[in-house]
Design a binder for this molecule. Structure first.
Ligand SMILES: C[S@@+](CC[C@H](N)C(=O)[O-])C[C@H]1O[C@@H](n2cnc3c(N)ncnc32)[C@H](O)[C@@H]1O
Length: 196
């Protein structure tokens, strides 16, 4: 974790939710993510760790569906906004910390969720093993990633290889549909569920 990295994400926080897939303000986009994620989670209530939770939009989406969520993000500005959104709730909490070493109980989670964060980790394989370590025996890791037209990100093949190298089965679904992004896309976006 580097201070410049934190500063960069802090500076993104004020406008972060303006992107359709970040703020989920468009009901069509919100419904698409709700359906996608709930189809990959066990029935509520499950215990969920949201790693690199940003402004907490997905954490709250899952808490609204009856799950209990711990969100972790190293950007104080992201977490400040997540905490504000969750005011008065006890089914979701947020902590400022490095997702590479989250202050969460190993083996305690039914689901570890990570959207658009694995690609930023200095050692993605090590992060992935740490996140798998948060899971109870039947738990699953849900990774939403992409290889964007900007050149950043991880290809689906890279992510599947990381999951398989960690000894887990990887179930890949590609997400080319505009309903997830609020616009047409032409780059590679997907979700991988890692399970035993
Ligand atoms: C592209 S945003 C995704 C936010 C959220 N997962 C979502 O999908 O809306 C990446 C987030 O990961 C966080 N992040 C990046 N590296 C991190 C690290 N090492 N530890 C904790 N958070 C990290 C950033 O602060 C930022 O909030």
């Amino acid at each position: 974790m580097t201070r410049p990295g934190i500063d960069l994400w802090d500076s993104e926080a004020a406008t972060f939710d303006e992107a359709a897939d970040h703020g989920l303000r468009d009901p069509v986009v919100r419904a698409a993510w709700r359906e996608l994620l709930l189809a990959r989670l066990p029935p509520a209530p499950a215990r969920v760790a949201d790693l690199g939770c940003g402004t907490g939009t997905l954490s709250l989406l899952l808490a609204d569906a009856g799950h209990t969520v711990d969100g972790v993000d190293f950007s104080p500005e992201m977490v400040r906004r997540a905490v504000a959104k969750a005011a008065g709730r006890d089914d979701v909490r947020f902590v400022v910390a490095d997702a590479a070493a989250p202050p969460l109980a190993p083996g305690a989670y039914d689901v570890a969720l990570c959207r658009h964060v694995l690609w930023t980790m200095p050692d993605p394989g090590a992060a992935l093993r740490t996140w798998l370590g948060l899971l109870a025996p039947a738990g699953r890791l849900v990774l939403v990633e992409g290889r964007w037209s900007t050149g950043g990100g991880l290809s689906a093949a890279d992510t599947v290889a990381l999951v398989e190298a960690a000894g887990r089965h990887a179930a890949l679904t590609r997400l080319p549909e505009a309903r997830y992004w609020g616009r047409r896309i032409d780059d590679e976006r997907y979700v991988v569920v890692a399970s035993s």
